[in-house]
Design a protein around this ligand. Structure first.
Ligand code: TMO
Length: 322
């Protein structure tokens, strides 16, 4: 490792001499960085997977080695504390805010940046359901129609089709906290949710499932989020807060949730240049939606989608690198 660092430094000096001062400056900065691969997790939704490859390719272009590691999207925060993962570039407040803020408070993860993207993750239905269940998007109106959403598995209770278990953990507590006649059934994958939505849409059958924005779904299906009691910090840990005095999670998820970047706290020392690049990374709602669309609508392979996004957004990512 030492040897290769010295080699990179030497190459940087030669390159600097050949291309002038600015080349030398960026080359020398990188001499301080480790040659170990930067470990990036791969989760189970498309924008994250494409974005992970976008980040990987940007870092590779600057001479860094990277390694992709399939990872549970909740456990990944403890993995960062243990040094097994170096950067999570899509920290969604609704799904991961609690797990993320806990490790930031512990000091082993750095809250490195907040993207411009504003996020929302919530129960959602296609618009035709409003004709079948008047009063939507209000949650109490939804609850009054619960039976209409039942399946053989949940009857007479309605089924809420949740995401894979590593996404939001608190739907069942919300159902209980708000006294809803629903049962949470977790989908095995994002693709399973989209398949159920497509099938329900075809039949105009009632369905309520987990969804989020930015996502490719909004480009194909008209629909709305269910409106629950407004999110408040107290809702997640103070039982006294909200309509149910005895339980937490008696509220909706944040409507203007953050999308952050978390990094292992050893990163600034081990890879100062890479850390600087990652801290400047900044995605908008459109970036996230496009990354998922390239895969989920256009059917591209992940690598191809990452290359396309990089080609279409060169000025943006170049500003993170410089
Ligand atoms: C974390 N997610 C975007 C699937 O809600």
């Amino acid at each position: 490792m030492e040897g290769t660092s010295v080699r990179r430094w030497a190459i940087a000096l030669v390159a600097g001499a050949a291309i002038g001062l600015s080349g030398a400056v960026s080359g020398v900065a990188q001499a301080a960085d480790s040659d170990d691969p930067i470990k990036i997790p791969i989760h189970n939704w498309s924008s994250q997977i494409v974005g992970a490859h976008v980040l990987g390719k940007i870092l590779n272009g600057q001479g860094f080695a990277t390694e992709f590691i399939p990872a549970d999207s909740q456990v990944v925060y403890t993995s960062m504390c243990e040094g097994d993962i170096d950067v999570v570039h899509e920290v969604w407040q609704g799904a991961f805010g609690v797990a993320f803020e806990q490790v930031v408070d512990q000091g082993c993860v750095i809250d490195a940046a907040t993207h411009d993207a504003k996020t929302r993750e919530e129960w959602w239905y296609p618009s035709y359901v409003e004709e079948q269940c008047p009063g939507l998007p209000d949650w109490e109106a939804l609850n009054a129609c619960a039976e209409m959403f039942s399946t053989a598995e949940t009857a007479p209770k309605g089924r809420f089709l949740g995401g894979p278990v590593d996404w939001l953990k608190h739907d069942a507590e919300r159902v209980e906290g708000l006294g809803m006649d629903f049962e949470v059934v977790n989908a095995g994958s994002a693709a399973a949710i989209w398949a159920e939505l497509a099938s329900a849409f075809e039949r105009k059958a009632p369905i309520v499932h987990f969804n989020w924005t930015p996502n490719f779904i909004e480009a194909i299906y008209d629909g709305k989020f269910v409106e629950f009691p407004e999110y408040d910090e107290g809702c997640k840990d103070d039982p006294a807060w909200g309509p149910n005095p005895d339980m937490t999670h008696d509220c909706g998820n944040p409507k203007d949730g953050y999308l952050k970047i978390g990094v292992w706290n050893g990163m600034p020392d081990k890879w100062p240049t890479a850390y600087a690049i990652i801290s400047k990374m900044n995605l908008t709602n459109l970036d996230i939606a496009v990354m998922s669309k390239l895969v989920d609508i256009d059917g591209m392979e992940v690598e191809e989608a990452a290359d396309k996004w990089l080609a279409d957004n060169e000025a943006k990512w170049m500003s993170w690198v410089n």
